[in-house]
Design a protein around this ligand. Structure first.
Ligand code: ADP
Length: 457
């Protein structure tokens, strides 16, 4: 901006200077030219009256610095004080002579070959019909401009230096108050009135940003407190149980069956703890912006078959059938994470299924998206809970979830994975009849758009 102000001021000054120089040279020249013409006219009239009275003899006696030519009625040169009339060509067609023959007087200006001199001709018709022409030679406008060049150059140089200093100072003085603006407190600035609306807008925006930041920080703090409370609670229950059973076993005197029973409970509870801790670690790693994932082409059909076979024994225990159908679909993504997403959804479909139920995994898609749909014939999800099942530790039925080994974090991991892959999750569920969860991935991924999930889920 400073450069722009400086350049504009400087170039304007330069233009005004050049323009006024040329204009004043032209006006001055015109003034002197007109004066010369007037003098020439007066002189011509005096010589003409002398010639009228005394004839050509008057001219030969006359001592004049001007060039004087006498032209006969047919254009023949009768007398010239600078050249031999016999060698001069017919002057009938000269502009000023022609004008004088027809109007009584005529003028014309002709330039020398170098254009630095001009000759003003003034012709007058004498009483006997002959034409008397007087010529005056002087510097042309070009010669004037050339002569003016040196003084003008000096003035120009001084003016350039002056305008450089002035425009530099001017631009600095315009910009200093702007550079010194206190944008943290926009309303407390003593600056140009024209900037007040802008400063007011900045002030409003600052207030909005501050209030947003405050809200976000409160939200984060609330979330952190809730998360810590939830984690402590989730850890405390199995730990209390482990500690209680271990204490009983420590006292000894138990039969072998009770020992096996107690140690099975201790084992199950510690397994649940391990799963819970693993899920917490997984979630926090998904929030870590510094982790670099390996992106590759992921075959959803093959991946779904792997998931199904891993869940087969759990499904068999519940007599739930798992079916994988669909066609080959590839998406660009993080294999481990997509596997975990599909696994968690399928695991729920088995866990919350009924005896002899079914889980159908369908891989499909179109030009732009590829999807994995997991449909079960399980207990279903109440309508009012559908939006909340992706929250951390949210369970529709806490005791049921615990009974089937849930941590309340599985779908939260699915949601984070979806955000990272820019995928959509659709849930359709009918209570008592079953649930369908669809994971829909875009086929083209822009890794630069890679986003880390917010910590609100
Ligand atoms: P959990 O470890 O408890 O399964 P999730 O985050 O995986 O935690 O799921 C959250 C809750 O959503 C579950 O506790 C359950 O109540 C409900 N849910 C998830 N999937 C299903 C499903 N397929 N059928 C019925 N309820 C489900």
């Amino acid at each position: 901006m400073r450069k722009k102000i400086f350049l504009t001021t400087f170039l304007t000054a330069l233009f005004v200077l050049l323009f006024s120089l040329v204009m004043s040279a032209m006006i001055l020249f015109r003034f002197f030219e007109e004066r010369s013409e007037d003098e020439l006219k007066q002189e011509s009239e005096a010589i003409a009256s002398g010639t009228d009275e005394y004839g050509i003899g008057y001219l030969t006696r006359l001592k004049s610095e001007r060039r004087i030519t006498l032209i006969d009625t047919d254009g023949t040169v009768l007398y010239d004080n600078e050249a031999d009339p016999a060698e001069m060509e017919n002057h009938k067609d000269r502009t000023e002579v022609k004008e004088a023959f027809s109007n009584g007087s005529g003028t014309s200006i002709r330039y020398s070959n170098t254009m630095t001199e001009e000759t003003i001709y003034y012709a007058l018709k004498l009483k006997d019909g002959q034409v008397l022409r007087i010529a005056a030679t002087q510097d042309s406008i070009y010669a004037w401009l050339i002569k003016l060049l040196i003084p003008a150059g000096c003035i120009f140089g001084i003016a350039v230096c002056g305008s450089l200093i002035i425009s530099s100072k001017l631009s600095r003085s315009i910009l200093t108050p702007i550079n010194n603006l206190n944008l943290d407190d926009p309303e407390n600035n003593d600056t140009y009135e024209e900037l007040h609306p802008l400063l007011e807008r900045i002030s409003t925006q600052n207030k909005m940003i501050r209030s947003q930041e405050r809200e976000e920080s409160e939200k984060r703090e609330k979330f952190r407190r809730e998360f810590t409370a939830n984690v402590s609670h989730e850890l405390k229950t199995p730990l209390t149980s482990i500690s209680g059973f271990a204490e009983l076993m420590k006292q000894g005197g138990m039969d072998e069956e009770t020992v096996i029973d107690f140690s099975t409970t201790i084992y199950d509870e510690s397994q649940r703890l391990i799963t819970l801790v693993n899920d917490i670690i997984r979630l926090s790693s998904l929030e870590d912006r510094d982790i670099q994932y390996e992106w590759e082409n992921v075959n959803l059909l093959g991946l779904s078959r792997d998931v199904a076979s891993r869940l087969q024994s759990a499904a068999d225990r519940k007599r739930v059938k798992i079916l994988v159908i669909g066609r080959e679909q590839n998406v660009y993504g993080i294999w481990d994470l997509i596997y975990e997403m599909v696994y968690n959804v399928c695991d729920n479909a088995v866990k919350y299924n009924k005896e002899n139920g079914a889980v159908t995994i369908t891989v499909g898609g179109d030009e732009k998206t590829a999807s994995v749909s997991v449909e079960d014939t399980g207990i279903g999800i109440p309508k009012e809970d559908i939006d909340r099942i992706f929250e951390r530790f949210y369970r529709v039925d806490k005791s049921h979830s615990k009974a089937v080994g849930g941590t309340g974090l599985g779908l939260s991991i699915v949601k984070h994975g979806a955000i990272i892959h820019h995928a959509h999750i659709h849930v359709h569920s009918t209570l008592g009849q079953g649930t369908e969860i669809v994971l829909e991935f875009p086929k083209k991924q822009d890794e630069t758009r890679f986003s880390t999930p917010e910590t609100d889920a």
